[in-house]
Design a protein around this ligand. Structure first.
Ligand SMILES: Cc1cc2nc3c(=O)[nH]c(=O)nc-3n(C[C@H](O)[C@H](O)[C@H](O)COP(=O)(O)OP(=O)(O)OC[C@H]3O[C@@H](n4cnc5c(N)ncnc54)[C@H](O)[C@@H]3O)c2cc1C
Length: 459
């Protein structure tokens, strides 16, 4: 009997097992646009026991397993490999426990950031990790697995930073719980932390316990415009260093704004070639006023001016449209992208290198730079195409490689938040040359057959 029949027999009617190519077509890709082969089948488990049964069958038959959440990943992490079984964990969407007093929630791996936040808001709490523009689909399992961040990472950290415990089906088919229901524990190895950024290569997460934060008493948005992106970067780094109430510090280059405005003319951004810094302060009613004064002082020292968006517009909502606007002008909707991060003290230098390198490319193609600069994360999106002003595929790939090397040479990292998946394996190996051997050793100890998402993150 084949693996698919064995899975169907093992899980019975409790799980959905898709085998029809049309029904599985959506499983072949994520938001990276990389398209993989059709899986042997896709399983939508009803609970952790279904996942355990599927993994056990695959273990016996040596069949690769690819875990999938919302499929919003940008690096091809959940793209199927040849002759694999996909476990679509978005079906594990139970809310198991919300404990306002303990400030934590235990939920199924398939619960989205948006749903969790809609449930905990009534308790005056929130979960701060939310991919900007994908929070309605990104799942807790996927966010932990990519160690996702989002705009509020400056103050609240990543999915991994807010992960207290996780239940995981290991490659040998056993169910393990790593971590604790308390914020402070020194009891043994932090195994749950290993899952942050593991992208399914250590096991399939079925349940997570995450830390919740009190909703801020007061919030304030400040928008600043600059004549050049280097001044904007300086200000981002200084605000991150000196304004503890800064929860979000976003940088937006003038070309990014131009692309946005040509796709969405109603967006609330400055139309005349300025760069923008967007700041959201979270604090108490008094501290937030002082924080705002400090922000404006820092900005004034760097020729920054407050920007007042046109009435009726919401630049924070429009911020979520960047990727869509840039993708729309790219061939097949797939820009070349990378999301290196650098130490804050090297942010301006990195931005300068990016701008100088882009300006030296013949035809000066459109180069969109934006991101969570207060966390050192810089997204670069290069629209691809054969029209003037767009990047050629080879030139974009060369720019991506050279710029990532620049980020690493500045003490940075190949991925600030999107993860490694299929697309960034080379830069990840280069960055971690001294430790990749140990990463592989951990992976082999937990999954000697290498059936868990093979070919991703580590080769
Ligand atoms: C418009 C847009 C904006 C975005 N903005 C941000 C942003 O601001 N910050 C940010 O960090 N990311 C951002 N992203 C990227 C993406 O949303 C995140 O990477 C997110 O964490 C992926 O979650 P997912 O559930 O969609 O995971 P998937 O794409 O389904 O999977 C991602 C990886 O996690 C693994 N995985 C998924 N579920 C499990 C599980 N249960 N157990 C084990 N492994 C699992 C997969 O195998 C894969 O390797 C954005 C994406 C888009 C499209």
């Amino acid at each position: 009997m084949g693996v698919v029949e064995n899975i169907v027999r093992a899980v019975g009617p409790r799980a959905v097992v898709l085998t029809d190519p049309a029904a599985q077509a959506g499983m072949r890709s994520d938001q990276s646009g990389i398209v993989g082969p059709l899986p042997l089948c896709t399983v939508r488990p009803g609970d952790a026991e279904d996942v355990r049964l599927v993994v056990s069958v695959c273990r016996d038959d040596g069949v690769p397993i690819v875990a999938r959440g919302g499929g919003t990943g940008l690096e091809g992490g959940c793209v199927p490999v040849l002759d694999c079984v996909v476990i679509d964990t978005s079906s594990l969407d139970a809310i198991l426990r919300i404990s306002p007093e303990d400030r934590l929630a235990t939920v199924g791996a398939g619960v989205t950031a948006e749903r969790l936040n809609s449930l905990v808001a009534e308790h005056g709490l929130f979960f701060p990790v939310a991919p900007a523009g994908a929070a309605e689909s990104a799942t807790m399992g996927g966010m932990v697995s990519t160690n996702a961040r989002g705009m509020h990472a400056v103050k609240y950290g990543s999915a991994g930073d807010n992960l207290l415990a996780a239940t995981v089906v290991m490659a040998d088919g056993t169910l393990a719980r790593f971590g604790h229901d308390v914020f402070h524990s020194s009891s043994g190895l932090r195994m749950a932390a290993l899952l942050a950024g593991a992208e399914g290569i250590l096991g399939v997460i079925t349940e997570v316990t995450v830390r919740l934060h009190p909703l801020p008493e007061a919030r304030k948005s400040i928008l600043l415009e600059f004549d050049n992106l280097e001044d904007a970067a300086d200000v981002c780094a200084l605000i991150a260093a000196y304004v503890p109430d800064a929860a979000a510090i976003e940088i937006v280059s003038a070309p990014t704004i131009s692309v946005l405005l040509s796709a969405f003319p109603d967006a609330g951004f400055p139309p005349a070639g300025e760069s923008l810094v967007m700041i959201e302060l979270h604090g108490g009613p008094e501290s937030i006023g002082c924080a705002a004064d400090t922000v404006l002082d820092i900005a004034a020292d760097h020729d920054g001016r407050p920007f007042v968006p046109p009435r009726g517009t919401d630049p924070w909502a429009d911020r979520h449209r960047f990727t869509r606007a840039i993708s729309a002008m790219s061939c097949e909707g797939r820009p070349c992208r990378f999301d290196a991060a650098v130490p804050l003290t090297r942010l301006t230098e990195y931005i300068r290198c990016l701008e100088q390198a882009a300006a030296s490319v013949p035809g000066r193609p459109t180069t969109c730079i934006f991101g969570h600069a207060g966390a050192g994360i810089v997204h670069v999106l290069l629209p691809i195409g054969d029209k003037p002003g767009l990047w050629g595929t080879a030139a974009a790939a060369a720019f991506r490689l050279a710029s990532t090397k620049t980020a690493l040479s500045l003490g940075g990292t190949a991925s600030g938040e999107h993860g490694i998946g299929l697309s960034s394996i080379g830069p990840c190996a280069a960055e971690n040359a001294g430790s990749i051997h140990w990463m592989r050793a951990v992976r082999l100890a937990l999954d000697p057959q290498e059936i868990m998402n093979p070919g991703k993150v580590l080769l």
